[in-house]
Structures are given as C-alpha cells and as structure tokens.
Write a protein that binds this ligand. Structure first.
Ligand code: ADP
Ligand code: MG
Length: 293
C-alpha cells in the first residue's frame, strides 16, 4: 500500500464524517467479517424516558417515583436521568440522597429520608435479599417483550415498584445494518440490557445474533470470544462501558456523540453518531485498498 493512496482514503473519510486515527487503520478494516454493535446510544438514541410506573400491590406510585427520583438524581446513567426527570416533572423538589453508591451495570443505592433505597436490575436486588412480587414480574415480562427496560425500586426490605423506561431506535439504524450485511458482514448486538428488550431492538433493525445481559466488565471478553472463534471483529460503541471492548476489537469505532473514553479507545470516530458511517468506513477502506493494488 502506498502512503499517498491511503491518505486519499482518510481525506475522503473526513468528507463522510469519519475521523480516522491514522492511515494504517484502513488496512485492518479489510479483513473484518463481524461487526459488534452496542445497543444503547449506538443502535438506539440512548435517551431514555419513563413510560410507565407500576407500584407493587398496596404501594403508592407517587411515593415510588419520589424516592426513586431522589436516588437516581445522583446517577448519570440514562435510566437514572429518565427517572429523575419524570420525578422532577411531578414534584417541586426531589428528596436529598446521602451515602450514594453506584454498582456499574447493576444499580444504585443511597439513603433517602432515612431509608436505604435501591434501584436496579432484578438479579442485583435479589443478591441483596429482595424478592420480586409476582405482579411486578408479570409487568416486567410484558414491558420487556416490547423492547423496554424495566428497573425496580426498593426500600425497607421490599420491592416497591417497577419503572419502565423506553429508548428509541435511531431512524438510520436499520438501513445501516442492511448496508453492513450487503458488505458481507455479520452484525451482532451486544448489551447489558435484558435479553427480551435486546431481541426486540435486534428484530427492529434486522440483527439475528444477540448477546445480552453482559456486565460492563465482560463486554471485552465477548469480543475476545468471537476473535478466538476466528472472527475478525469491528466493534461500534459509545459508552465508558464499551471502551475496553473497543480497544480489544480488531477495529474500534466510536460514536462521535459518545463518551470521551469510547472515542479515545477507538481507531475511528463516526462524527455524526450515525451508524451508516460504519458501513461507509468499511466500504471506503476496501475501495482505497483496491485502487492501490
Ligand atoms: P447498557 O449496556 O445497555 O448501556 P448498563 O451496563 O449500563 O447497560 O446497565 C445494565 C443494567 O443495569 C440496566 O439495564 C439496569 O437494569 C441496571 N442499571 C444500571 N445503572 C442503573 C441505575 N442508575 N438505575 C437503575 N438501574 C440501573
Ligand atoms: Mg451504549
């Protein structure tokens, strides 16, 4: 490969909204056969909103929102922002939280008005001895089947309510996935979210292969597993959670709208946060390298 031709490729990349770390990046792109896509913020907008709140039997919905909102106001997770924003819309002031602690990819806890409040995924609440009431389990199944994410709020040893948050698939994601497939690449959806929600999003954009309920620290191992199976992997992500996996992938692509950690760990940035640019990048690399030969 002549350096000049590769430089032409990177210049064209800029026009396509691609920020390429160095000309050699395009070379590694040629062998890619698998594209791992993070769900939240990559395939979806990553802007969650609270769409439903189901109190456990005998609980008050407004109280669940008030305490969960106070707790989540201390977290920056998109789920937390959705809950805190909804609570703020209902109340003049949120209750204060002390002793706040975040367990990455699982949930949050803190003291609100003298209570130990928790909000997070079921498995994590169960690890803390909490039991999910049956009616909330049913509500969860229904919401997850529609592609939604459900977290639960608990205090004083009881799960008090289910909070249903919804994200939106980006309007360009399905087209981007179709384009990746036309290039002969296999798309894989990778997420910490529940399997039902992940499958619903995957179906909406045309992805068959789904790896769900992966804890943030395990995303890198999932990429390694694909590589060990002989696949050459590109990974597209936006979160702090994705940084290690982006660095591990044969080609890491960060959403320009994502976190600094994801961008720093990647070979290439999709400046506009549009997934279609991932396919453009691979197409550009193939064309550039073909001209060189
Ligand atoms: P993703 O891979 O979709 O970005 P994360 O790994 O950040 O997801 O989180 C995985 C799961 O952990 C969430 O779907 C949620 O159930 C739970 N969780 C994480 N942070 C919070 C929070 N602040 N409040 C409630 N639940 C949370
Ligand atoms: Mg994400």
């Amino acid at each position: 490969a002549t350096p000049t031709a590769l430089m032409v490729g990177t210049g064209r990349g800029a026009q396509l909204g691609l920020l390429i770390r160095g000309p050699e990046v395009l070379e590694s792109t040629r062998r890619i056969d698998t594209v791992v896509l993070d769900k939240t913020g990559t395939v979806t907008e990553g802007k969650m909103r609270l769409v439903d709140l189901i109190p456990a039997d005998g609980e008050d919905a407004a109280e669940v929102l008030r305490l969960a909102g106070g707790l989540e106001d201390a977290s920056e997770h998109p789920i937390a922002t959705a809950i805190a924003d909804a609570a703020r819309g209902q109340l003049s002031a949120l209750p204060a939280v002390t002793a706040f602690a975040n367990t990455q990819g699982r949930g949050v806890t803190g003291q609100v008005e003298g209570r130990t409040v928790r909000a997070g995924r079921v498995a994590w609440l169960e690890e803390h001895g909490l039991v999910l009431p049956e009616e909330l389990g049913r509500a969860r199944k229904e919401a997850e089947a529609e592609g939604r994410t459900v977290v639960f709020a608990a205090w004083d040893e009881r799960v008090r309510g289910a909070l249903v948050v919804a994200d939106t698939v980006k309007p360009t994601s399905a087209e981007a996935v179709a384009d990746l497939k036309r290039l002969g690449l296999t798309p894989v959806l990778l997420t910490g979210d529940n399997a039902a929600a992940a499958r619903a999003v995957a179906a909406e954009v045309g992805i068959k292969r789904v790896i769900a309920e992966v804890h943030p620290e395990d995303k890198v191992a999932e990429v390694q597993r694909l590589q060990q199976a002989g696949q050459v992997v590109a990974m597209v992500g936006d979160g702090v959670n994705d940084a290690a996996a982006l660095a591990q992938a044969d080609l890491g692509l960060a959403m320009g709208t994502g976190t600094d950690a994801a961008i720093a760990a990647s070979d290439l940035t999709l400046v506009r946060g549009d997934l279609r640019a991932a396919a453009d990048a691979i197409r550009l690399a193939r064309r550039t390298l073909r001209t060189i030969k």
